[in-house]
Write a protein that binds this ligand. Sequence first.
Ligand SMILES: [Ca+2]
Length: 335
Amino acid sequence: MGTPRCSLGRLRRTALGLILAGSLASPAPAAGPVGVIFDTDLAADVDDVGAVAVLHALADAGEAEVLAMGISIKNPWSAPCLDALNTYFGRPDIPIGVPKGASIADPSKYARGVAEEFPHDLKSPDDAPDVVSVYRKALAAQPDASVVFVTVGFLTNAAALIDSGPDAQSPLTGAELIRRKVRRWVCMGGGFPSGHEYNILKDAPASRKAIGAWPTPIAFSGFEIGEPIGTGAALKEKPRDSPVRRAYELYNGLANRSSWDQTAVLYAVRGTEAGPSGLWDVHEGGSIAVFPDGRDRWLDEPDRGHSYLVRKQPPARVAGVIEGLMLHTPRRLSK
Ligand SMILES: [Ca+2]
């Protein structure tokens, strides 16, 4: 990590290498809410919706501030669906960007239904600004080294942000802007210590670009972290005016689904301190290599400020924390 916040005397060695005890690997206590940029492929899978709900719950609790959001794929209903979710949670004006360059088309079982059934004002991705411009504007307005960038989909936008040049938002290049403003990137992607994971492999050139050139620390929540954490079925308890409930209903009839994307949001905001004894350990002191076919492998050297989450608690316990946040009633409705 770029800014170690731990006592070396309290590190422990394992067969995997160096693992920080959970309570020590957390970000330094924030003076205020964590500023988050959230990048999602909200379409094919429904855990993105769960992650949006978790993020808004943490924002209502004063733990996070949502600075901007972006869609990383091509689907005409993704941006309207995301705007409908934000509107439900009382934040209808969160800037939402979409990729104006090449991106991967992605179908959805729920995005159109949610967009058509729930109020919002962003009707089409054609009406949304370029995601790179949205991210550059959000970053330029923030204090240095304060922003946590969270991706829960393909790395198309992250790569485009790095490659961006000076514009009306900032005289800095994308890489310079990230280096100055982004404390770290939390990426749901990869498998550890090796894997071939959807978010990394689908746009492998972008993944190689983004991970290879990112100038601040990156923390990964790999496939194996979220896969056994089942959440969503408890949304049956929610009233039918919840677009989160509706998305899961359209996706799988309100059955449980893995919680990959929610883990990235939760870790981005709370670090490992998401419970009395911490939800995860963190393996750090190395780097992830991404190969042209999208496979990834952890390397203990060189240390490029990369890290990945390691399971510490039973998945059911983590599921309880995540699902509690997914069931959150928007502050605007609970008054
Ligand atoms: Ca996703």
